[in-house]
Design a protein around this ligand. Structure first.
Ligand code: DON
Length: 575
C-alpha cells in the first residue's frame, strides 16, 4: 500500500502545536461500499448545550428534560436509566445491573460497578446437569438471575454526584409508568419476538394481556412499576433491597426455585472503582475496569493497534486484518485471565501497558492470520443491554450501560414489583470449554462463586482530545460485540476522522478469539477485501445482524452531536 494512503496521527501531538491548532480535528467524509445499509442515511442530532443519546428516544427525552430543570449529567443519566426500565423493558431495568463512567468538567473521574452478583447459594457447576451437559437454566427462569445492582447503582451515582432531589429525578419515570406511553412498532416487534421468554412468567398479564402484545398506537400503563419507582423515590434503595420489593423478589424466587434471598439482596453493594486511564495516538481514554472486561479489552486492542503502526484506510483488507488480529489477541487475554477482582488476581497493569501491547503487536504478521490456538498458547507465556451517553451544559459527561443480559432477561417478572429479572448468570463460565449464549469460551477466572460478579463486556468510555478536552462519550449493547463496536467507533473518530454519523454507521467487524473467525456485517465490505482476507488465512463470514448498537455524543464546533446507532431505534435529544 502506498504510504500516502495511510492515515495515521502518529504520536501525541506536542502541546505547543496544540495551542495553535484547532481544538476539534476536522472530520473527513467516509465512503462505504454501495451495498452497505447505512451508507449516507444516518444523521446525528446537534445541540449547543447538552445531549443525551440512548437506544430509546422517550428515555433520552427524560434525560434532556432533567437537565433543562437544572440537573447535571448524572441526574440525567439516572433519570434516563429509570425511564428505560419503563419504556424499554427489553433491556432497561430495575432487575439487572451495569457500569458507569463519569468525567466531571473539573477533571474528576469515577467508575461505578453496579453489576449483579451470584447469589450466596450459587455453586461452580450449578448449571451442569447429571449428564455433564448444560441444563439451560442460566438463560431462562429464576435460577438464571444474579442479585440486581441497577437500583443501588443508580441511586449511589446520584448520591455522590447528582444535584437535583431524587424525587425530581425519578418523577418522569413514574409519570411514564403510570400515565403510560404509546406502543410503537419497534416495541411491538420486540415483544412479539420474545413472547416465548415472557409468557411463562408473571409478565404475561402486562405484555400479552390477550395473548398478543398491546396494539401499536395503544397506551401501555404499568401501575405496579409506577408504584415500585414511587417507593424507591420515597424511601431510597432500602425498599428494594430490604423492604417490600425485596419481599416480592424473594416470593418470585420461591415460586419457581430461584436462589436469591433477602440475605443476598441485603448485602448487595455497588462499588466505586478507579477508571482505567490510557491513551491512543495522543487522545486520552477513561474507561471501565473489571469486573467488566470491556475497558481492559478496548484498551488492549487500541494499544496493540497503535503499536502495530499507522492505520490503513477504512475498509481495506489491511485494516480489517489489523483490527481483527488485535481484537483476537485482546480477547484471548479477556477470556482466560479476567474475572471479578474481588475473587481473582487481574493483571490489569500488564494488559493495559504499552510495552505488553508492543510485544503482542510484533506477533501479528502483515499478511497472514494466526489461528487462535497458536495465539493463545503463545500468550500464555508472557442480548440484553442498553447504553446511554450524556453531556450536560457544564461539560460533565456520563457513559453508562445497563443490562438484563438477554432480551427481557430471564423472562421472570416480579409480580407486584412490575419488572423483569436478569439472566446474567450466563455471563459466568458455566462450564469451562463450553460456549455461553454469545459463543464466548471463558476460563476459571470467571467461574461461579457465591457473591462474585460475572465478567461483563460492557465498555462505557469517555475520550478526551489531545488537549485534554472532552471529545467523545460512547459505549454499546451487544454482548462481547460491545468491545468491538466501542473500539471501532473510537478508531473511526481518531484514525479515520469520521463524523459521529459515519463513525456509528460504518460497517463493523468482530473477532472474539473463539470461534476463530472474523465476522463482518453483510454488505459492508467489498468482496475483493473479503477474498483477500481469506487468502491471508482468515475464516471470514458475513453476518446479517448488526454488530452491537452504540449510543454516543461527540463535541463539535459550537456544541454537541448525539446519535443512537442506526442498528437501533432510539435517538438523541439535546438543547
Ligand atoms: O455484560 C455483558 O457483557 C452482557 N450481559 C451484555 C449483554 C448484551 O449486551 C446483550 N445485548 N444485546
Amino acid at each position: 500500500m502506498a504510504a500516502a494512503a495511510l492515515i495515521g496521527l502518529g504520536a501525541a501531538i506536542p502541546l505547543d502545536r496544540l495551542a495553535q491548532g484547532p481544538a476539534i480535528p476536522s472530520r473527513i467524509p467516509a465512503t462505504f461500499p454501495r451495498t452497505w445499509a447505512y451508507g449516507t442515511a444516518s444523521h446525528a442530532t446537534f445541540a449547543p448545550h447538552a445531549m443525551v443519546a440512548s437506544n430509546n428516544r422517550l428515555a433520552a427525552e427524560v434525560g434532556a428534560e432533567i437537565m433543562e430543570q437544572g440537573g447535571n449529567a448524572i441526574d440525567a443519566a439516572v433519570a434516563t436509566g429509570f425511564a428505560l426500565a419503563v419504556t424499554f423493558p427489553e433491556a432497561g431495568n430495575l432487575g439487572g445491573g451495569g457500569y458507569m463512567v463519569i468525567r466531571m468538567a473539573d477533571g474528576r473521574v469515577a467508575a461505578l460497578d453496579y453489576r449483579e452478583t451470584a447469589p450466596l447459594a450459587a455453586t461452580r457447576d450449578m448449571y451442569v446437569g447429571a449428564n455433564g451437559k448444560l441444563t439451560g437454566e442460566s438463560v431462562i427462569g429464576p435460577r438464571a438471575s444474579g442479585v440486581p445492582g441497577a437500583v443501588a447503582g443508580m441511586l449511589e451515582a446520584h448520591r455522590r454526584y447528582g444535584v437535583l432531589p431524587v424525587a425530581k429525578v425519578l418523577a418522569p419515570a413514574i409519570r411514564l409508568a403510570s400515565e403510560g406511553f404509546i406502543v410503537d412498532s419497534t416495541f411491538f416487534r420486540s415483544l412479539s419476538g420474545d413472547k416465548y421468554r415472557i409468557e411463562g412468567f408473571a409478565g404475561k398479564s402486562v405484555f400479552f394481556p390477550d395473548g398478543v402484545p398491546p396494539q401499536i398506537g395503544s397506551r401501555l400503563r404499568q401501575p405496579q412499576l409506577a408504584r415500585t419507582i414511587g417507593l424507591i423515590s420515597d424511601s431510597g434503595a432500602v425498599v428494594f433491597y430490604r423492604g417490600s420489593i425485596a419481599d416480592s423478589i424473594v416470593a418470585e424466587m420461591r415460586r419457581d426455585g430461584g436462589l436469591i434471598t433477602k440475605a443476598d439482596l441485603g448485602r448487595y453493594r455497588p462499588v466505586w472503582r478507579e477508571p482505567i486511564r490510557s491513551s491512543y495516538r495522543g487522545y486520552s481514554l477513561i474507561t471501565m475496569p473489571p469486573s467488566s472486561s470491556g475497558g481492559i479489552t478496548v484498551t488492549e486492542t487500541l494499544n496493540i493497534l497503535e503499536a502495530y503502526g499507522p492505520a490503513a484506510p477504512f475498509g481495506t483488507a489491511e485494516r480489517v486484518h489489523a483490527v481483527a488480529s488485535a481484537s483476537q489477541r485482546a480477547f484471548v487475554d479477556r477470556n482466560s485471565k479476567l474475572g471479578d477482582p474481588a475473587f481473582v488476581g487481574v493483571p490489569l497493569s500488564t494488559l493495559t501497558s504499552k510495552s505488553y501491547a508492543r510485544s503482542v503487536a510484533k506477533s501479528i504478521s502483515r499478511d497472514h492470520a494466526d489461528p487462535t490456538t497458536r495465539v493463545a498458547s503463545r500468550m500464555r507465556e508472557g442480548n440484553e443491554t442498553t447504553h446511554w451517553s450524556v453531556v450536560d451544559p457544564s461539560g460533565n459527561a456520563v457513559a453508562t450501560t445497563s443490562t438484563l443480559n438477554d432480551l427481557y432477561g430471564s423472562g421472570v417478572y416480579v409480580s407486584g414489583g412490575g419488572f423483569f429479572l436478569n439472566d446474567e448468570m450466563d455471563d459466568f463460565t458455566t462450564q469451562p470449554g463450553t460456549p455461553n449464549m454469545f459463543g464466548l469460551i471463558q476460563g476459571e477466572a470467571n467461574s461461579i462463586a457465591p457473591g462474585k460478579r460475572m465478567l461483563s463486556a460492557i465498555s462505557p468510555t469517555i475520550v478526551l482530545d489531545p488537549g485534554g478536552s472532552l471529545l467523545l462519550v460512547t459505549g454499546a449493547r451487544g454482548g462481547p460485540r460491545i468491545i468491538s463496536a466501542t473500539s471501532q467507533i473510537i478508531l473511526n473518530v481518531i484514525d479515520h476522522r469520521m463524523s459521529l454519523a459515519d463513525a456509528l454507521s460504518a460497517p463493523r467487524l468482530h473477532h472474539q478469539a473463539l470461534p476463530d473467525s472474523i465476522r463482518l456485517e453483510a454488505g459492508g465490505f467489498d468482496p475483493a477485501v473479503i477474498a483477500r482476507l481469506r487468502a491471508m488465512g482468515h475464516y471470514v463470514y458475513e453476518l446479517n445482524s448488526g454488530i452491537a448498537a452504540a449510543a454516543s455524543v461527540i463535541r463539535v464546533k459550537g456544541g454537541y452531536e448525539g446519535m443512537d446507532d442506526p442498528r437501533s431505534h432510539g435517538g438523541a435529544v439535546g438543547f
